[in-house]
Design a protein around this ligand. Sequence first.
Ligand code: PGA
Length: 248
Amino acid sequence: MTNNIYFIANWKMYGSTSSLNSLNKLINLSKLKKYNKAKIIYFPPFTLINDFIKKFSKSKISVGGQNCHQHEDYGSFTGSISPKMLKDLGCQFVILGHSENRTLGESDHVINKKIRSALNKNLKIIFCIGETLKEKRKKATHSVLRKQINRGLKGVKNCQNILIAYEPVWSIGSGLIPKSEALEINVRKIRKLISKKTKFKLPILYGGSVNSQNITSLKNITGISGFLIGSASQSSKKFIDIIKKTIN
Ligand code: PGA
């Protein structure tokens, strides 16, 4: 890993206003020259985005939304948040296609619409893809990745603002991670599929049960430019540990 290394903290539906104090140590770490390459991006729940943006205002840590509506501006969509609203708050990123939303019925078609809308509003996208355990067992991983990439990026022109997060669904929250060899093969496959869509070399991140133990092997996987971290990111200590062990 030579260039930027992304550390994405996905807080999911966790966190309260009292969680903010725990971020001070991370702000200090982000200012150290040694960690210049670390691009730290927090995705708190919508309710905390404003607080996080204020908290990080004097640091290089960025903030994004965990999802957004497919309609880019304002509209009569009760309970939804649009790319325009995320941008207005000061978000630079949005996560789209996360398996926890795909499971709730979010289709590739809707994800594609969301990607286009968010790009139109100048947000950068963390585009999540990955196979379920059933698909893995059927040896359908590559065809699933192909379908998710082709449908998700259909007609998308400005791909340079997209980062791919490869998250095997069976790995998220399970404590299981893919074998190194299999992971490298899948990352290579993703790289090949992406190269058919764009000339830009999009960063490919890995997500799924990343923790301060398995990071020592995950950081050696060829072709990975960072990590999407769920539960371990809610503890600043564990998150800092992951960053330190990646960049040492
Ligand atoms: P996890 O979550 O690190 O808790 O497995 C990753 C994710 O869902 O993005």
